[in-house]
Design a binder for this molecule. Structure first.
Ligand SMILES: O=P(O)(O)OC[C@H]1O[C@@H](O)[C@H](O)[C@@H](O)[C@@H]1O
Length: 224
């Protein structure tokens, strides 16, 4: 059913790039922020490898470490605030669109009585989910704010996905993970979830497979 093995009863969705087109906005905001800080920043490599899918501070730490820069926490927080102000401004200016295929998929999953949860690294997930009206599909939300409150390690660690499964009272083996970021697919594989769907929005089907995706699609509508 829905392109998933029969054992799957719960679906855990990433947000930016899986349900909404906000991944590109985040990438653009990170590029502008790091370039203003004096670094070269390539979306196809730097964003994909070091920042995509990770919590804000983890992304900053990981990108700067790739340049052998290891700043104090105050500096990480400062850069994070600059980027967040920018991404919120871009989102306000450009608006947020939910992918039509994803909306249809959520609708079908609800109709099939599957359990649904959102698992996003973003501290802005609640707002983004709400403006698209997709919050009504989700029984649970483990986002960047919850991650901070519970002090959970972020993606590529599996902990945020495991927390969502725990809240839905489902074993990881019976839950499927939907992710567009390499760090997110790695988290799904590390948590031994029953199925990992890689959503290829950035021409990286092979890398998603190599990171642990069981199947790779360009759009969730393909699974219907
Ligand atoms: O800075 P935020 O909104 O808390 O988001 C953190 C991360 O959230 C992820 O969903 C995005 O893929 C990243 O690009 C982003 O950096």
């Amino acid at each position: 059913m829905l392109g998933l093995p029969d054992r799957i009863t719960a679906l855990l969705f990433d947000l930016d790039g899986v349900l909404t087109d906000t991944a590109a906005v985040h990438a653009q905001a990170w590029k502008q922020t790091f370039e203003e800080e004096g670094y070269t920043f390539d979306i196809a490599t730097d964003y994909v490898l070091y920042v995509d899918g990770k919590a804000r501070e983890d992304g900053i730490r990981s990108f700067l470490a790739s340049r052998d820069v290891h700043p104090p926490e105050s500096e990480i927080t400062r850069i994070g605030t600059v980027k967040n102000d920018l991404v919120l401004r871009l989102i306000r200016e450009q608006g947020v669109e939910a992918y039509e295929g994803s909306r249809r998929y959520l609708e079908a999953a609800k109709a099939a009585d599957l359990q649904l949860a959102l698992v996003s690294s973003s501290a802005n997930a609640e707002e983004v989910l709400k403006v698209t009206g997709m919050d009504r599909y989700m029984q649970e939300r483990v986002d960047g704010v919850v991650k901070r409150e519970l002090n959970l390690p972020g993606k590529p660690a599996p902990d945020t996905f495991l927390e969502a499964a725990r809240r839905l009272r489902v074993e990881p083996a019976h839950a499927a993970v939907f992710e567009d970021a390499l760090a997110g697919v790695q988290a799904g594989a590390a948590g031994r979830f029953g199925f990992v769907v890689g959503v290829n929005r950035a021409n990286q089907a092979e890398a998603l497979k190599a990171s642990g995706a069981d199947v790779v699609v360009d759009d969730l509508g393909e699974l219907l």
